[in-house]
Design a protein around this ligand. Sequence first.
Ligand SMILES: NC(=O)C1=CN([C@@H]2O[C@H](COP(=O)(O)OP(=O)(O)OC[C@H]3O[C@@H](n4cnc5c(N)ncnc54)[C@H](OP(=O)(O)O)[C@@H]3O)[C@@H](O)[C@H]2O)C=CC1
Ligand SMILES: N[C@@H](CCC(=O)N[C@@H](CSC=O)C(=O)NCC(=O)O)C(=O)O
Ligand SMILES: [Zn+2]
Ligand SMILES: [Zn+2]
Length: 379
Amino acid sequence: MATQGQVITCKAAVAYEPNKPLVIEDVQVAPPQAGEVRIKVLFTALCHTDAYTWSGKDPEGLFPCILGHEAAGIVESVGEGVTEVQPGDHVIPCYQAECRECKFCKSGKTNLCGKVRTATGAGVMMNDRKSRFSINGKLIYHFMGTSTFSQYTVVHDVSVAKIDPQAPLDKVCLLGCGVPTGLGAVWNTAKVEPGSIVAIFGLGTVGLAVAEGAKSAGASRIIGIDIDSKKFDVAKNFGVTEFVNPKDYDKPIQQVLVDLTDGGVDYSFECIGNVSVMRAALECCHKGWGTSVIVGVAASGQEISTRPFQLVTGRVWKGTAFGGFKSRSQVPWLVDKYMKKEIKIDEYVTHNLTVGEINKAFDLMHEGGCLRCVLKMHE
Ligand SMILES: NC(=O)C1=CN([C@@H]2O[C@H](COP(=O)(O)OP(=O)(O)OC[C@H]3O[C@@H](n4cnc5c(N)ncnc54)[C@H](OP(=O)(O)O)[C@@H]3O)[C@@H](O)[C@H]2O)C=CC1
Ligand SMILES: N[C@@H](CCC(=O)N[C@@H](CSC=O)C(=O)NCC(=O)O)C(=O)O
Ligand SMILES: [Zn+2]
Ligand SMILES: [Zn+2]
């Protein structure tokens, strides 16, 4: 490989300051060190979490940085000791690592991994606690251990899922975050049973993937709640059977749902990141057994609250990261499910742009009609 061991200069979208337009820069990407993998990113989508960190509300948000965590690409080179992938492999970078050796990975109780989390939260690599990105010698922070808004990125080997080379990378990039999060929230975290009544707050990509998961789990009613009634038409295609717009009611939305469901839903999912809605999502659950799963990410300083009586009387409050999926083991399985047409991906891709149009892509995220915008990273 001509580039192996060399610094690569390529285009990347750099976030210099919260909320200031991203700047397309020539960025130097250092070669991977031991236990690291350099990936040529071919396609990346935008997730609401990128916008959240860019907004300055993420306590782990560091600037300047290269955002992006929902992508697919090809391994360009690997560092010393990397055995599970090699140049040419098709891969999905995974912000949730899986080392298979740490206390978390071995617990059998969680998909969280502790091996590189301190580094990914600090915008650096584990080896030397430094960044592999720079512009004329000035370091640029990594983000979520992935930084996919760059034509090349360096990630830890425990954060790389090797996938079927036949899979279309412009579609399976979505398996880097939003779709698995929604499906897994239902299948792994809540473990929804056939016949259940499900409520989903927020009908973006994550909420719609929850609907898709709930439909496949055999839920009898899937109630979508969103402040934009236009969302219902699309949501029906993902399994939502009923739609509720809180703006249409004078009473609290939890009461509306309790009244609609003879006492409350079996499972609810908050897919927005709004702590008031998280409370409503818990309180619309059925006494005795209703379970609410927090999926949305809320800003720094925000806290959830409810009367403890809600829990005393049997409601359960849970959360999920990456839908509880073990990334390196299960992302390839999700790719195979997509290839067998057992899960949707294409339907979530509403827009396709290029990396140079990334600011327009962020603008689209705030317009009702956009689920996922996929950026082509190379001409
Ligand atoms: N836990 C995890 O592992 C993950 C968490 N996330 C988080 O999940 C959340 C959803 O992500 P994503 O689907 O990409 O985001 P979207 O912004 O696409 O989806 C959120 C939806 O909720 C709607 N909404 C906003 N306020 C309300 C309200 N008060 N009541 C009902 N609906 C409302 C939004 O409408 P409008 O567009 O009009 O504002 C939008 O349709 C985000 O917080 C994201 O950070 C994402 C991936 C993984
Ligand atoms: N730095 C953020 C963390 C936000 C968060 O909860 N992230 C999710 C993934 S969101 C993807 O789009 C997650 O997996 N969390 C687990 C983790 O280890 O980060 C903050 O502090 O708010
Ligand atoms: Zn995401
Ligand atoms: Zn681990």
